[in-house]
Unconditional design. Sequence first.
Lengths: 394, 347
Amino acid sequence: MSFNIPKEANLLLGTRNVKNLINKPLDAKIISFFETLSKEIFKDKITKKYEDLALFGFFIRSANTKKIIKDTDCNLLGRGLAFHVNTSNVPLNFAYSLYYGLIFGNTNILKISRTMFPQTTILINILKKVLKIRSYNFLKRFIFIIQYDNQVEISTLISINSDTRIIWGSDQTIEKFKRIQSTPRVVDLYFPDRISLSIINSEKYMLLKNKNDLLKKFYKDSLYFDQLGCSSPQSILWIGRKSKLASKDFWNKFSSKFYSEYPFDFRKGYDKHNHLFKLSLLIKEKTSFKNYKERFLVFDAKNNFNVIKNLKGINGIFFQTYISNINLIDKFISKKTQTLSCFGFDKKQILNIIQLNSIKGIDRVVDIGSALNMNTNWDGYDLKAFLTRKIEEN
Amino acid sequence: MLNNPYSLNKNKKKILLKKNIIESIKFHKKKCAIYSDYLNKFSLLTKPIKSLDDIPFIPVSAFKEFDLLSVDKDKVFKTIVSSGTSSNSPSKIYLDKKNSLDQIKALYSIGSFDLGNKRLPMMIVDNEDTIKDSNHYSARTAGTLGFSIFSSNRTFVLNKQMNINNKSLTNFLKTNKNNKFIIFGFTYLIWIFFNNLLNTKYVNYFHNATIIHGGGWKKLYKLNISNEKFTELIVEKFKIKKTINYYGMVEQTGSIFMECDNGFFHTSDYNDIIIRNKNLNISKHKEEGIVQLISSIPSSYPGNSILTEDLGYIQGEDQCKCGKNGKIFKITGRIEKSIVRGCSDVF
């Protein structure tokens, strides 16, 4: 059972003919492939320039992959052909997607954006290089990376042949794919647009001797992708009696420290202004704001839950508010909320609050600094369950 | 008496143009809800406006994403849907009769200062289709329609395939053998046109022409063709005495900027330019930055002060050797495109 990728699609990796092959999940050869890929990524000097490339290289090391092996279920197989529709704003989204698809034993077709980041090109070249190694040759039939202009016919052809579809958003893309014909047994995983935020224990913050470490971590989470990732924190909820003090201290230090470090140019300046124009129409009431060092603009949302629940910034536009205690966070959370990154709180306490208040949002509770870390449990889905199938044997 | 659209120096402009713009902005604030929202949320009109630098500005992208108008929809005489020079979604500009007329008056005032009052035959280096739809148009259409007011008649010399229509060209040149005439076109098209005529008999027929061209050097930069190379071709090979580059934007049609003999664009009594750095603060003269354009013409839509996606620098003010008042500036390119289109749902 095979089909051909139409000529209208640009083939970046793989052949036009696709056979739906499956493998055993967590096959030793595939783990070894990623270990080699990791080594090649770090061999390349250019990796130093792209932090996300280094992060991916770290992530795919066999030590990490072996952590995923919890049960040695011999009846587990790859589900089949996984069709990944990757985001246009996170350069290595396709890489993580491919990693999971491949280690769980699937053949993978990845549709990536026409506009390519340097990291994307670099990684694809490294992939090609490693696939040339004899013992990894066989994986050439499991990895296809393509680009096309969203022609419905192409999406339909691949969908009809797929066993799993992983659609990484935008919400519009997800709606489009929901309407594209597939088959009754296809398993669809949608990663729609999400919003993320941070909570900081103000008393604990003020007691911190080394505040720089926390600032660095928040910077990494938020501005590494210019706040464009779904896991990037857009707002900070300051909790406790020292909230106003902590907030002032934080932003003053943050702006001083990162004013020069955060890469800024005409494009970011213009886009930021354009974003502010759009924001002004969405913020219903007059909201005060402060422009720290004329680079980091922070809005005070006060009691406007909708601001925190729905609005995102870019290039250094943040939102914040002050609440007296952590039990009051539920008003600022919606189903759209994905990652809650925290400082100074017991995560179990937060999980309790989520359950007690029947909060449907929040799929990840992590430390500030770990917001962008990828995990097998993503957006509330266990990727292993979706990308494998277990044959019932009696 | 020929009116002088370059009569205001810095101090007079500060008073007159500033007054004009503030009145306009206050009107737009009353009539355009979106614009009003923006001004209110950021408290942009609460402090006194001491100079043109303090005038609030909106991003040019706003015209692509929103319907910005300050008149009732039934008063709209013309809606320009323009894709400018990029392939993004188009800007929508809503004009009532007055605004439309004011655009023509401004263009005439500015253009006739350099071209004179007499209408001349005009050769347009483009094809007819460019002006077919007078409502949906590109920067090329805007320029062509606008500058046509200086023509006594016009001839398009390119066919639909954008190749030279020899018949039209020959006819025009024969008819105007001893006349002064104007050649109008997009900079890039003018370059190709003259290159194609280089080793032909036509080389000797252009010495009475004045070229008006605009639309940017982007394509030519890509091909490594500089202003100097361009001028060398036109002036030396074809003996054309006068070429005038113009700069403008579809969101502020009419109040264009003409290049003087010293190679700089000039602001006029109708407009002004401000250069901003990446923090959107005012840049010093000679520093490259983001171009903000101010115009007194927009009255049916809040387009008086717009932050563009162009880059440029100001050379000086009121000191140009050509004698015209105004700021003199150069456009150096466009802000690099954002690689990222965002999680698309940024809200």
